[in-house]
Design a protein around this ligand. Structure first.
Ligand code: CP3
Length: 347
Protein backbone atom coordinates (compact mmCIF):
# COMPACT_ATOMS: atom_id res chain seq x y z
CA UNK A 1 0.00 0.00 0.00
CA UNK A 2 1.21 3.52 -0.76
CA UNK A 3 2.84 5.52 1.98
CA UNK A 4 1.62 8.82 3.34
CA UNK A 5 -1.19 10.08 5.52
CA UNK A 6 -3.43 11.33 2.69
CA UNK A 7 -3.46 8.06 0.71
CA UNK A 8 -3.66 5.93 3.83
CA UNK A 9 -6.65 7.96 5.02
CA UNK A 10 -8.40 7.38 1.68
CA UNK A 11 -7.60 3.68 2.13
CA UNK A 12 -9.34 3.65 5.53
CA UNK A 13 -6.57 4.22 8.10
CA UNK A 14 -7.47 6.61 10.98
CA UNK A 15 -4.89 9.03 12.39
CA UNK A 16 -5.16 11.27 15.46
CA UNK A 17 -5.51 14.27 13.11
CA UNK A 18 -6.70 14.31 9.49
CA UNK A 19 -4.47 15.03 6.48
CA UNK A 20 -4.79 18.54 5.01
CA UNK A 21 -4.42 20.15 1.58
CA UNK A 22 -6.30 23.04 -0.05
CA UNK A 23 -7.99 23.42 -3.39
CA UNK A 24 -6.15 26.13 -5.39
CA UNK A 25 -3.26 25.95 -2.93
CA UNK A 26 -0.98 27.13 -5.75
CA UNK A 27 -2.07 30.56 -6.90
CA UNK A 28 -1.99 34.33 -6.82
CA UNK A 29 -2.13 34.63 -3.00
CA UNK A 30 1.53 33.46 -2.96
CA UNK A 31 4.16 36.07 -3.93
CA UNK A 32 6.41 33.29 -5.29
CA UNK A 33 3.54 32.18 -7.59
CA UNK A 34 3.05 35.74 -8.88
CA UNK A 35 6.79 35.96 -9.60
CA UNK A 36 6.75 32.83 -11.81
CA UNK A 37 3.38 33.74 -13.34
CA UNK A 38 4.76 37.15 -14.40
CA UNK A 39 7.24 35.42 -16.73
CA UNK A 40 4.47 34.19 -19.12
CA UNK A 41 1.67 36.30 -20.54
CA UNK A 42 -0.73 33.56 -21.55
CA UNK A 43 -2.18 31.48 -18.71
CA UNK A 44 -2.51 28.36 -20.90
CA UNK A 45 1.08 28.67 -22.10
CA UNK A 46 2.05 28.91 -18.42
CA UNK A 47 0.09 25.68 -17.74
CA UNK A 48 1.88 23.98 -20.67
CA UNK A 49 5.42 24.92 -19.55
CA UNK A 50 6.52 22.04 -17.30
CA UNK A 51 9.37 23.90 -15.56
CA UNK A 52 6.90 26.55 -14.42
CA UNK A 53 3.98 24.29 -13.55
CA UNK A 54 6.31 22.02 -11.58
CA UNK A 55 7.71 24.96 -9.63
CA UNK A 56 4.33 26.44 -8.68
CA UNK A 57 2.94 22.99 -7.76
CA UNK A 58 5.79 22.57 -5.27
CA UNK A 59 5.62 26.09 -3.76
CA UNK A 60 2.77 25.48 -1.27
CA UNK A 61 4.31 22.13 -0.26
CA UNK A 62 7.63 23.80 0.58
CA UNK A 63 5.93 26.60 2.49
CA UNK A 64 3.29 24.67 4.42
CA UNK A 65 4.22 20.96 4.27
CA UNK A 66 0.71 19.96 3.15
CA UNK A 67 -0.14 16.26 2.89
CA UNK A 68 -0.98 16.42 -0.83
CA UNK A 69 0.12 18.42 -3.86
CA UNK A 70 -2.24 19.01 -6.80
CA UNK A 71 -0.69 19.33 -10.22
CA UNK A 72 -0.84 22.92 -11.44
CA UNK A 73 -3.01 22.99 -14.53
CA UNK A 74 -6.63 23.95 -15.30
CA UNK A 75 -9.87 22.15 -16.07
CA UNK A 76 -10.09 24.02 -19.41
CA UNK A 77 -7.05 22.26 -20.89
CA UNK A 78 -9.48 19.48 -21.92
CA UNK A 79 -11.67 21.63 -24.22
CA UNK A 80 -8.42 23.19 -25.51
CA UNK A 81 -7.01 19.72 -26.28
CA UNK A 82 -10.27 18.71 -28.00
CA UNK A 83 -9.75 21.58 -30.45
CA UNK A 84 -11.96 24.35 -29.03
CA UNK A 85 -10.41 27.81 -28.84
CA UNK A 86 -9.71 28.70 -25.16
CA UNK A 87 -7.94 31.74 -23.75
CA UNK A 88 -7.80 33.65 -20.47
CA UNK A 89 -8.38 37.36 -20.30
CA UNK A 90 -6.57 39.32 -17.61
CA UNK A 91 -8.98 40.07 -14.76
CA UNK A 92 -11.92 38.45 -16.58
CA UNK A 93 -11.25 34.74 -16.40
CA UNK A 94 -11.68 32.08 -19.07
CA UNK A 95 -13.04 32.71 -22.58
CA UNK A 96 -13.92 30.07 -25.17
CA UNK A 97 -15.19 30.23 -28.71
CA UNK A 98 -18.65 29.07 -27.65
CA UNK A 99 -20.29 26.04 -29.22
CA UNK A 100 -23.58 27.21 -30.72
CA UNK A 101 -24.65 24.22 -32.79
CA UNK A 102 -24.34 20.43 -32.32
CA UNK A 103 -22.77 20.26 -35.80
CA UNK A 104 -19.71 21.92 -34.21
CA UNK A 105 -19.18 18.94 -31.89
CA UNK A 106 -17.85 17.09 -34.93
CA UNK A 107 -14.84 19.40 -35.00
CA UNK A 108 -13.84 18.32 -31.51
CA UNK A 109 -11.67 15.23 -31.34
CA UNK A 110 -9.80 13.18 -28.76
CA UNK A 111 -7.16 12.27 -31.34
CA UNK A 112 -4.74 15.03 -30.34
CA UNK A 113 -5.37 14.99 -26.58
CA UNK A 114 -2.32 12.98 -25.49
CA UNK A 115 0.03 15.12 -27.62
CA UNK A 116 -1.49 18.43 -26.66
CA UNK A 117 -1.48 17.59 -22.94
CA UNK A 118 1.95 15.91 -22.91
CA UNK A 119 3.42 18.89 -20.96
CA UNK A 120 0.95 18.20 -18.13
CA UNK A 121 2.07 14.56 -17.93
CA UNK A 122 5.73 15.56 -18.12
CA UNK A 123 5.17 17.99 -15.23
CA UNK A 124 3.50 15.25 -13.18
CA UNK A 125 6.54 12.99 -13.68
CA UNK A 126 8.89 15.71 -12.44
CA UNK A 127 6.69 16.71 -9.49
CA UNK A 128 6.39 13.08 -8.36
CA UNK A 129 10.20 12.76 -8.43
CA UNK A 130 10.64 16.02 -6.47
CA UNK A 131 8.02 15.38 -3.77
CA UNK A 132 8.76 13.66 -0.47
CA UNK A 133 7.39 10.07 -0.61
CA UNK A 134 4.87 10.83 2.11
CA UNK A 135 3.31 13.68 0.08
CA UNK A 136 0.62 12.47 -2.33
CA UNK A 137 0.25 13.94 -5.81
CA UNK A 138 -3.26 14.58 -7.11
CA UNK A 139 -4.25 14.75 -10.75
CA UNK A 140 -7.59 16.29 -11.67
CA UNK A 141 -10.14 17.10 -14.34
CA UNK A 142 -13.31 19.13 -14.63
CA UNK A 143 -16.42 16.94 -14.71
CA UNK A 144 -18.33 16.84 -18.03
CA UNK A 145 -21.18 19.13 -16.97
CA UNK A 146 -18.89 21.89 -15.70
CA UNK A 147 -16.76 21.70 -18.86
CA UNK A 148 -19.94 21.81 -20.99
CA UNK A 149 -20.98 24.97 -19.11
CA UNK A 150 -17.84 26.79 -20.23
CA UNK A 151 -17.88 25.23 -23.72
CA UNK A 152 -21.45 26.36 -24.44
CA UNK A 153 -21.52 29.69 -22.56
CA UNK A 154 -18.04 30.69 -23.77
CA UNK A 155 -17.17 32.03 -20.28
CA UNK A 156 -18.45 31.99 -16.73
CA UNK A 157 -22.08 33.07 -16.45
CA UNK A 158 -24.60 34.40 -13.93
CA UNK A 159 -27.32 31.83 -14.67
CA UNK A 160 -25.86 29.44 -17.28
CA UNK A 161 -29.14 29.70 -19.19
CA UNK A 162 -27.59 28.74 -22.56
CA UNK A 163 -26.15 25.45 -21.39
CA UNK A 164 -29.29 24.59 -19.42
CA UNK A 165 -31.57 25.40 -22.35
CA UNK A 166 -29.48 23.19 -24.59
CA UNK A 167 -29.58 20.31 -22.10
CA UNK A 168 -33.33 20.70 -21.47
CA UNK A 169 -34.43 21.23 -25.08
CA UNK A 170 -31.99 18.97 -26.90
CA UNK A 171 -30.91 16.27 -24.46
CA UNK A 172 -29.84 13.92 -27.26
CA UNK A 173 -27.28 16.29 -28.73
CA UNK A 174 -26.20 17.50 -25.26
CA UNK A 175 -25.67 13.83 -24.42
CA UNK A 176 -23.29 13.49 -27.37
CA UNK A 177 -21.13 16.31 -25.97
CA UNK A 178 -21.21 14.75 -22.49
CA UNK A 179 -20.24 11.34 -23.96
CA UNK A 180 -17.26 12.85 -25.79
CA UNK A 181 -16.18 14.58 -22.56
CA UNK A 182 -16.52 11.36 -20.52
CA UNK A 183 -14.12 9.60 -22.91
CA UNK A 184 -11.68 12.52 -23.05
CA UNK A 185 -11.64 12.87 -19.25
CA UNK A 186 -11.02 9.14 -18.71
CA UNK A 187 -8.05 9.43 -21.09
CA UNK A 188 -6.72 12.59 -19.42
CA UNK A 189 -6.99 11.12 -15.91
CA UNK A 190 -5.50 7.76 -16.95
CA UNK A 191 -2.49 9.54 -18.53
CA UNK A 192 -2.03 11.57 -15.34
CA UNK A 193 -1.98 8.36 -13.29
CA UNK A 194 0.42 6.72 -15.80
CA UNK A 195 2.72 9.72 -15.24
CA UNK A 196 2.67 9.37 -11.44
CA UNK A 197 -0.51 10.93 -9.99
CA UNK A 198 -1.48 8.95 -6.86
CA UNK A 199 -5.16 9.94 -6.80
CA UNK A 200 -7.51 12.13 -8.84
CA UNK A 201 -10.24 14.67 -8.15
CA UNK A 202 -13.20 15.47 -10.41
CA UNK A 203 -14.39 19.09 -10.09
CA UNK A 204 -18.08 19.57 -10.88
CA UNK A 205 -18.05 23.22 -9.86
CA UNK A 206 -21.42 24.08 -11.45
CA UNK A 207 -23.37 20.91 -10.56
CA UNK A 208 -25.44 22.95 -8.07
CA UNK A 209 -27.30 24.86 -10.80
CA UNK A 210 -29.19 21.73 -11.95
CA UNK A 211 -32.51 20.47 -10.58
CA UNK A 212 -32.46 16.97 -9.13
CA UNK A 213 -33.32 14.80 -12.12
CA UNK A 214 -31.03 16.75 -14.45
CA UNK A 215 -28.31 16.60 -11.80
CA UNK A 216 -28.51 12.83 -11.82
CA UNK A 217 -28.37 12.66 -15.61
CA UNK A 218 -25.71 15.27 -16.42
CA UNK A 219 -23.52 15.36 -13.32
CA UNK A 220 -23.66 12.14 -11.30
CA UNK A 221 -24.15 9.61 -14.08
CA UNK A 222 -21.25 10.88 -16.26
CA UNK A 223 -18.99 11.04 -13.18
CA UNK A 224 -19.87 7.42 -12.37
CA UNK A 225 -19.03 6.42 -15.96
CA UNK A 226 -15.68 8.21 -15.68
CA UNK A 227 -14.87 6.46 -12.39
CA UNK A 228 -15.75 3.06 -13.84
CA UNK A 229 -13.83 3.71 -17.08
CA UNK A 230 -10.79 4.85 -15.13
CA UNK A 231 -10.86 1.82 -12.83
CA UNK A 232 -10.75 -0.46 -15.89
CA UNK A 233 -7.34 1.06 -16.57
CA UNK A 234 -6.27 1.77 -12.97
CA UNK A 235 -8.27 -0.50 -10.63
CA UNK A 236 -6.83 0.85 -7.39
CA UNK A 237 -6.79 4.59 -7.99
CA UNK A 238 -8.55 6.73 -5.36
CA UNK A 239 -11.16 9.05 -6.92
CA UNK A 240 -12.53 12.14 -5.13
CA UNK A 241 -15.79 13.64 -6.42
CA UNK A 242 -16.53 17.34 -5.86
CA UNK A 243 -20.11 18.15 -6.87
CA UNK A 244 -20.21 21.75 -5.68
CA UNK A 245 -23.29 23.40 -4.18
CA UNK A 246 -25.64 20.43 -4.58
CA UNK A 247 -26.96 20.64 -0.99
CA UNK A 248 -28.74 17.54 0.31
CA UNK A 249 -28.48 16.00 -3.19
CA UNK A 250 -24.94 15.17 -2.04
CA UNK A 251 -26.66 12.00 -0.80
CA UNK A 252 -26.81 10.83 -4.46
CA UNK A 253 -23.02 11.00 -4.65
CA UNK A 254 -22.57 8.90 -1.50
CA UNK A 255 -21.35 5.95 -3.57
CA UNK A 256 -18.37 4.28 -1.88
CA UNK A 257 -18.47 1.59 -4.59
CA UNK A 258 -17.60 4.31 -7.13
CA UNK A 259 -15.96 7.27 -5.36
CA UNK A 260 -13.29 6.95 -2.69
CA UNK A 261 -14.19 10.28 -1.11
CA UNK A 262 -16.70 13.08 -1.48
CA UNK A 263 -15.50 16.68 -1.31
CA UNK A 264 -18.18 18.90 0.24
CA UNK A 265 -18.58 22.65 -0.18
CA UNK A 266 -19.20 25.16 2.61
CA UNK A 267 -22.98 25.06 2.12
CA UNK A 268 -23.17 21.57 3.56
CA UNK A 269 -23.36 21.58 7.35
CA UNK A 270 -20.59 19.61 9.03
CA UNK A 271 -23.08 18.16 11.50
CA UNK A 272 -25.45 16.98 8.74
CA UNK A 273 -22.51 15.58 6.76
CA UNK A 274 -21.24 13.68 9.81
CA UNK A 275 -24.64 12.06 10.28
CA UNK A 276 -25.66 11.46 6.67
CA UNK A 277 -22.55 11.10 4.55
CA UNK A 278 -19.52 10.19 6.63
CA UNK A 279 -20.83 6.86 7.91
CA UNK A 280 -20.77 5.64 4.29
CA UNK A 281 -17.93 7.55 2.60
CA UNK A 282 -14.72 9.45 3.38
CA UNK A 283 -15.35 13.23 3.31
CA UNK A 284 -13.15 16.16 2.32
CA UNK A 285 -13.85 19.80 3.10
CA UNK A 286 -15.30 22.24 3.91
CA UNK A 287 -13.92 25.43 5.48
CA UNK A 288 -15.23 28.67 3.97
CA UNK A 289 -12.34 30.16 1.92
CA UNK A 290 -13.29 33.58 3.38
CA UNK A 291 -12.50 32.24 6.89
CA UNK A 292 -8.99 31.72 5.58
CA UNK A 293 -8.91 35.40 4.58
CA UNK A 294 -10.25 36.37 8.04
CA UNK A 295 -7.65 34.35 9.98
CA UNK A 296 -7.24 34.82 13.75
CA UNK A 297 -9.85 33.68 16.25
CA UNK A 298 -12.63 33.34 13.64
CA UNK A 299 -10.53 30.92 11.60
CA UNK A 300 -9.50 28.97 14.66
CA UNK A 301 -13.08 28.65 15.94
CA UNK A 302 -14.48 27.53 12.58
CA UNK A 303 -11.66 25.08 11.77
CA UNK A 304 -12.06 23.49 15.22
CA UNK A 305 -15.84 23.30 14.78
CA UNK A 306 -15.36 21.33 11.54
CA UNK A 307 -12.70 19.14 13.14
CA UNK A 308 -14.94 18.39 16.13
CA UNK A 309 -17.74 17.26 13.81
CA UNK A 310 -15.76 15.43 11.12
CA UNK A 311 -12.15 15.07 12.34
CA UNK A 312 -12.69 11.59 13.76
CA UNK A 313 -12.69 10.44 10.15
CA UNK A 314 -12.67 9.21 7.58
CA UNK A 315 -11.82 12.81 6.72
CA UNK A 316 -9.43 15.02 4.74
CA UNK A 317 -9.33 18.66 5.84
CA UNK A 318 -9.79 21.09 2.95
CA UNK A 319 -11.76 24.18 1.97
CA UNK A 320 -15.30 24.23 0.60
CA UNK A 321 -13.90 25.83 -2.59
CA UNK A 322 -10.54 27.24 -3.74
CA UNK A 323 -8.13 29.58 -1.92
CA UNK A 324 -8.85 33.14 -3.09
CA UNK A 325 -6.17 35.67 -4.11
CA UNK A 326 -6.74 37.97 -1.07
CA UNK A 327 -5.71 35.20 1.36
CA UNK A 328 -2.71 36.10 3.57
CA UNK A 329 -0.27 33.15 3.28
CA UNK A 330 0.29 33.28 7.09
CA UNK A 331 -3.32 32.23 7.56
CA UNK A 332 -2.66 29.02 5.64
CA UNK A 333 0.24 28.29 8.00
CA UNK A 334 -2.08 29.05 10.95
CA UNK A 335 -4.70 26.64 9.58
CA UNK A 336 -2.20 23.82 9.10
CA UNK A 337 -1.09 24.30 12.74
CA UNK A 338 -4.69 24.21 13.94
CA UNK A 339 -5.43 20.99 12.04
CA UNK A 340 -2.21 19.27 13.15
CA UNK A 341 -2.62 20.43 16.76
CA UNK A 342 -6.29 19.47 17.07
CA UNK A 343 -7.36 17.12 19.85
CA UNK A 344 -10.88 15.73 19.89
CA UNK A 345 -12.83 17.36 22.70
CA UNK A 346 -13.93 14.88 25.35
CA UNK A 347 -17.69 14.52 25.32
O1 CP3 B 1 -3.70 24.59 -6.87
C1 CP3 B 1 -4.62 24.02 -7.52
O2 CP3 B 1 -5.75 23.78 -7.02
C2 CP3 B 1 -4.32 23.49 -8.92
C3 CP3 B 1 -4.62 24.33 -9.99
C4 CP3 B 1 -6.03 24.64 -10.46
C5 CP3 B 1 -6.32 25.83 -11.18
N1 CP3 B 1 -7.60 25.77 -11.62
C6 CP3 B 1 -5.34 26.91 -11.44
C7 CP3 B 1 -5.82 28.24 -11.84
C8 CP3 B 1 -7.23 23.90 -10.41
C9 CP3 B 1 -7.51 22.57 -9.71
C10 CP3 B 1 -8.20 24.61 -11.16
C11 CP3 B 1 -9.57 24.11 -11.39
C12 CP3 B 1 -10.55 24.99 -12.04
N2 CP3 B 1 -10.36 25.89 -13.04
C13 CP3 B 1 -11.95 24.94 -11.75
C14 CP3 B 1 -12.61 23.98 -10.78
C15 CP3 B 1 -12.51 24.44 -9.38
C16 CP3 B 1 -13.29 25.68 -9.07
O3 CP3 B 1 -12.63 26.69 -8.79
O4 CP3 B 1 -14.52 25.61 -9.09
C17 CP3 B 1 -12.57 25.89 -12.59
C18 CP3 B 1 -14.07 26.20 -12.62
C19 CP3 B 1 -11.56 26.48 -13.40
C20 CP3 B 1 -11.73 27.48 -14.49
C21 CP3 B 1 -10.95 28.70 -14.22
N3 CP3 B 1 -9.57 28.80 -14.32
C22 CP3 B 1 -11.44 29.97 -13.81
C23 CP3 B 1 -12.92 30.29 -13.56
C24 CP3 B 1 -10.34 30.81 -13.68
C25 CP3 B 1 -10.34 32.29 -13.37
C26 CP3 B 1 -10.58 32.51 -11.91
C27 CP3 B 1 -9.47 33.35 -11.32
O5 CP3 B 1 -9.19 33.12 -10.13
O6 CP3 B 1 -8.91 34.19 -12.03
C28 CP3 B 1 -9.17 30.06 -13.98
C29 CP3 B 1 -7.76 30.53 -13.95
C30 CP3 B 1 -6.87 29.88 -12.96
N4 CP3 B 1 -6.74 28.52 -12.81
C31 CP3 B 1 -5.99 30.53 -12.05
C32 CP3 B 1 -5.34 29.50 -11.34
C33 CP3 B 1 -4.29 29.67 -10.29
C34 CP3 B 1 -5.79 32.04 -11.93
C35 CP3 B 1 -5.11 32.59 -13.16
C36 CP3 B 1 -3.78 33.28 -12.97
O7 CP3 B 1 -2.99 32.96 -12.06
O8 CP3 B 1 -3.47 34.16 -13.80
Amino acid sequence: MSAGKFLQTLAGTRYPTPPVWLMRQAGRYLPEYRAVRATTRSFLEFCYTPDKSVEVTLQPIRRFGLDAAIIFSDILVVPDALGQKVWFEEGEGPKLEALTDPAEFGQLSRARLADKLAPVYEAIKSVRRALPTETALLGFAGAPFTLACYMIEGSGSRDFAKVKLWAYRHPDSFGLLIDLLVEAIVDHLAYQIDAGADAVQLFDSWAGILPEEQLFRWSLEPMVRIAKGLRERHPEVPIIAFPRAVGPAALMYRRPDVFTALSIDTGIGAHWAAENLQPKICLQGNLDPIMLVAGGAALEHEARRILDKLGGGPFVFNLGHGVIPQTPPEHVAQLVDIVRGWKPSVT
